[in-house]
Design a protein around this ligand. Structure first.
Ligand code: ASP
Length: 365
């Protein structure tokens, strides 16, 4: 399905009266999409979304920031397990339409699919000159030991941070979580119980928050003179992730690769990009490539990279035209594929753009 979206204008907008003085250090927009962070316990002890108007009661220390804060809330707050490209586009539209009025953006989002949304937004918002910081929480804001407070406060501080020359410190789409700032399209959720829910194995942390926030400036995207926001909002949903496992059944593989209208597959392979060398499997993949389906080889290993041709078990993939995903995550690979296929291009163009970094999501050899 090709996702095309109409604009939605029926959003709640709340200006948080943080009593910021005349000259705030920064003017930030918070986009509240749902997730655990914004939950409180009701009278019966059940978790329900909380009314953002009351944020100052929950986090009074917000008043001590010299920031002007505005919140735009999704009308229907979602568990991020229900996020779709429509969600990404809704976040993107809000940022795009408010781009000139704010110094930075903080997106409050459930953790489950945050890495997909942050990856998608990194492709939609190219030439970004302002911070877009995703955050959320493992425990709701209404819980005593919540991590929501720290995550939100530090995400705001990072979104507001400026260099000596007044330019933003982090003009990227990032995830801030549990004292760490990660490039959004390098992150993956790895924990459902502990607070440190995200990791970025193949790219260094952009910042670490202790007593002070220490920015690793050399790995943060640097602004170029001609940077200007280029916003795109189309996605093609005719893609799949095919995760290999020993003994994977022929029928399933052949059925998936022959799905009508299928345009792209993220093939999750073993180790440095290896796949079974059984005849039927090779034939099924070859047939799919010949039919014009883009197949991107991404490793199931969290660290390292795909090296097609290192072993005989990956050499054949290279030979038949399977694309090398290098050190990309599956989350970034899938959203990049959906994003690129959303645009009209030639097959050669899709193929060359898939293996080239678009927004810092992969390391070029
Ligand atoms: N299921 C929730 C979500 O992703 C979990 C969370 O917010 O962390 O929306």
């Amino acid at each position: 399905m090709l996702w095309r979206f109409t604009e939605r204008m029926d959003r709640d907008k709340v200006i948080i009266d943080t009593a910021a003085p005349q000259n705030p250090d920064a003017n930030l927009l918070i986009i509240y999409t749902g997730g655990t962070l914004g939950m409180v316990y009701d009278k019966n002890g059940s978790l329900v979304p909380f009314d953002f108007q009351q944020i100052l009661d929950r986090i009074p220390s917000l008043k001590r920031f010299n920031l002007l804060l505005t919140v735009i809330s999704f009308r229907e707050l979602i568990d991020s397990a229900s996020a779709t490209p429509e969600t990404w586009v809704e976040i993107g539209d809000i940022i795009f339409h408010n781009y000139n009025n704010y110094d930075g953006f903080v997106v409050l989002h459930g953790t489950d699919t945050m890495a997909y949304s942050a990856s998608a937004l990194s492709f939609m918002l190219r030439g970004l000159t302002k911070p877009v910081i995703f955050t959320g929480a493992q425990l709701p804001i209404g819980a005593v030991r919540t991590d929501a407070r720290e995550n939100l406060l530090t995400a705001l501080e990072i979104a507001a941070a400026k260099k000596e020359d007044g330019s933003p410190v982090v003009p990227e789409v990032c995830i801030y979580f549990s004292n760490r700032l990660l490039r959004g399209n390098r992150a993956r959720k790895v924990q459902s119980l502990h607070f440190d829910a995200f990791e970025s194995t193949n790219y260094p942390l952009l910042a670490e928050a202790g007593i002070e926030i220490h920015y690793n400036r050399h790995v943060i995207r640097s602004l170029k003179d001609n940077d200007k926001l280029r916003y795109s909002r189309k996605f093609n949903g005719q893609v799949m992730i095919l995760k290999l496992f020993p003994g994977i059944c022929r029928n399933a593989v052949e059925t998936i690769l022959a799905l009508p209208r299928l345009r792209g597959v993220v093939l999750e392979t073993f180790g440095s990009g290896n796949a079974p060398a059984s005849k039927w499997f090779m034939e099924a993949v070859e047939k799919a490539v010949a039919a014009g389906i883009l197949i991107l080889n991404v490793s199931q290993c969290h660290g390292g990279r795909v090296l097609q041709g290192r072993y005989k078990s990956s050499h054949w993939l290279q030979e038949i035209g399977v694309l090398n995903g290098a050190d990309i995550t599956s989350e970034a690979a899938l959203t990049k594929m959906m994003f690129l296929l959303g645009e009209e291009s030639s097959d050669n163009e899709y193929r060359s753009r898939l293996i080239e970094p678009l927004s810092g999501e992969m390391t070029k050899k």
